[in-house]
Ligand binder design. Sequence first.
Ligand code: BGC
Length: 410
Amino acid sequence: MKKFAVAATFAAALMGTTAIHATELEVTHWWTSGGEAAAVAEFARAFEEAGYTWIDGAIAGGGGTARPVMISRITGGDPMGATQFNHGRQAEELVEAGLMLDLTEVAEAEGWRDFIHPTSLLDSCTLDGRIYCVPVNIHSWQWLWLSHKAFEDAGVPVPTNWDEFAAAAPALEAAGKIPLAMGNQPWQSSGAFGVLAIAIAGSEAWEAVNIDKNADVAGGEEYARVFEAAAAAREFRKNSNVQDWNQATNMVITGQAGGQIMGDWAQGEFQVAGQVAGEDYSCLPGLGVNEIISTGGDAFYFPKLNDPEKEAAQLALASLMVSPEVQVAFNLKKGSLPIRGDVDLEAANDCMKKGLEILAGGNILPDGNQTLSPDTQGQIEDLMTEFWSSDSISAEDAQRRYAAIIAQAD
Ligand code: BGC
């Protein structure tokens, strides 16, 4: 609460008013699964303890459904008090249009640049030297979550890498299991493809495609192997007839499916189900092939409300979101890594510890949301939806179309 006191004083001085408590702030986000709800409740609790009122604006259906709603409310003159976006470029146009509150003064007063790590998180919040968002976590996509029960039932050892997983798929099928659980939303198949790309083509090829937008690499040899692996994975996920990511995680938790490629937010679900990493499930960073994590995740933006009382509450919320106590409480439930290295994560489970080690070793890549525009991301998602849902597009055709998107990417 010390941090909050600093922010409240700061905000009060800034606004030339006294800090007014019980101010209501509507906060929108797409955290509706069991683990996500438990984590966001930590933000709400801290905000309420500081004397404000948190109006929860959860939007079901995942980020792909929530973001258009958030954006149209902000551009349509019905802004919320705070809203989640992923690290990167999703709110770029809103910031450019001058619709977001400038957090630079509070960020400088509290020294955000000194403790937020990696600095790319704050860079993603920065436009023309001004800071417009507060990073709250590091989430990485590069994980394969494995059900010990499913492999035991199938009589094969729990795999230690993607090749072993692929080799075990027939045994899982013979035991009536779905080898790979995957929900049917575009961001899920697109995300899984990105994970396969980093694991199989390697970081350099991934950077060439996603940062330099090199269409030759996208259409070349290394990516051909990624598309082949994705075509195999498409078979493994065939009977995985669920929509939401957490329904797919539940199939792993209950042993109906062998594994799921999903970001580390899946940890929140295992936790809520009372499962123990290393006993009930395993996690393979970089699919056990290339131990690397991308530093994506979530940031909060504060739309301009032109209301000094609300603005003080917005600054107070921004400040407490990065405070050490809230960082620990939130991230332990969320399954994400904190944005500051100076906090105590003793209670982290085995999988989080692996993530922390990889982060400390500097084996990191940016997230696709930081390197590609929302428009390019959308085109890739469309292609991936088509590719993963039907055998009618071959790996070669999909790769040709992918390379054409990269050639035009911004
Ligand atoms: C967010 C996570 C969230 C996940 C699934 C990602 O875009 O970064 O915080 O848990 O979506 O909802």
